[in-house]
Design a protein around this ligand. Structure first.
Ligand code: ADP
Ligand code: ADP
Length: 225
């Protein structure tokens, strides 16, 4: 079952075409990786799916509906960026709960979800602290926790682990897999790290110069002649 579909999508910035004629389908519950060198158009693709950039031509479909003109706030998508802006004046708990309360999720449900994401991401005990009291890695996990707590069915991640050191990155990868096992979201995950792509992806879309160069499973890539 298809969740996200890009049909011949192109993106122009002024006269420059940065995405050209991209065709790509993401299945429901799939973890799809967008892999490729800096500047190849990964972030732009993700931002078009999120509704943070317009599509210049072609169609963007989600669950069979054309989304080109649907604003970001109405797409029911969660997105995590590499620069995880937390609210500095709110505790960790509040940082996670705030968006839910704005969306009128009831108090008990907010408490339940906050508790759940704190334990999945090993953040228990830090709920009353402020972002400035946390390490970079902890802050990045709070940003992840905050997005997960929304329980959107589509989860877009733009190099979410890039600010972590090598060891933390491995444990964060495992946490992401645990999250996916719990919520079965559709993941679209941007990285330029091949190891991350191979360990996290059901399929890997290799991009180059705004085009899809290859689409394959990690198994196929590993066993390529
Ligand atoms: P990646 O995420 O793979 O590093 P991006 O999607 O960020 O690539 O960028 C793709 C290309 O589009 C790059 O050449 C980049 O400079 C250009 N680009 C991205 N955003 C803008 C923008 N707002 N205005 C003009 N060019 C942009
Ligand atoms: P990354 O590749 O690490 O995701 P980028 O440098 O591509 O980061 O993009 C950071 C921000 O700058 C994005 O909002 C992007 O749209 C914007 N941007 C990137 N390239 C350009 C550009 N050539 N002109 C204007 N804005 C750009």
């Amino acid at each position: 079952e298809t969740c996200i579909q890009l049909k011949s999508v192109s993106k122009m910035y002024g006269n420059t075409k940065v995405i050209s004629d991209l065709n790509l389908s993401v299945k429901k519950g799939e973890r799809l990786i967008l892999l490729g060198p800096s500047g190849c158009g990964k972030s732009t693709t993700l931002r078009m799916i999120a509704g943070l950039e317009t599509v210049s031509s072609g169609d963007l479909m989600i669950d069979g509906h054309r989304m080109n003109d649907v604003p970001a706030g109405k797409r029911h998508i969660s997105m995590v960026f590499q620069d995880y802006a937390l609210y500095p004046h709110m505790t960790i708990e509040k940082n996670i709960a705030y968006g839910l309360m704005v969306n009128k999720v009831n108090k008990e449900e907010v408490a339940r979800r906050v508790d759940q994401v704190l334990s999945i991401l090993n953040l228990k005990g830090l709920e009353r602290r402020y972002p400035r009291d946390l390490s970079g890695g902890q802050r990045q996990r709070v940003a992840l926790a905050r997005s997960i707590a929304k329980q959107s069915t589509i989860f877009l991640l733009d190099e979410p682990l890039s600010n972590l050191d090598a060891q933390m990155r491995v444990s964060a990868r495992n946490e992401l897999l645990k999250i996916h096992e719990t919520y079965h979201q559709t993941f679209v995950y941007v990285t330029h790290d091949q190891m991350e792509a191979m360990t996290l992806g059901h399929r890997i879309a290799l991009m180059r110069d705004g085009q899809l160069q290859m689409l394959a499973t990690p198994y196929q890539i590993y066993h390529r002649p």
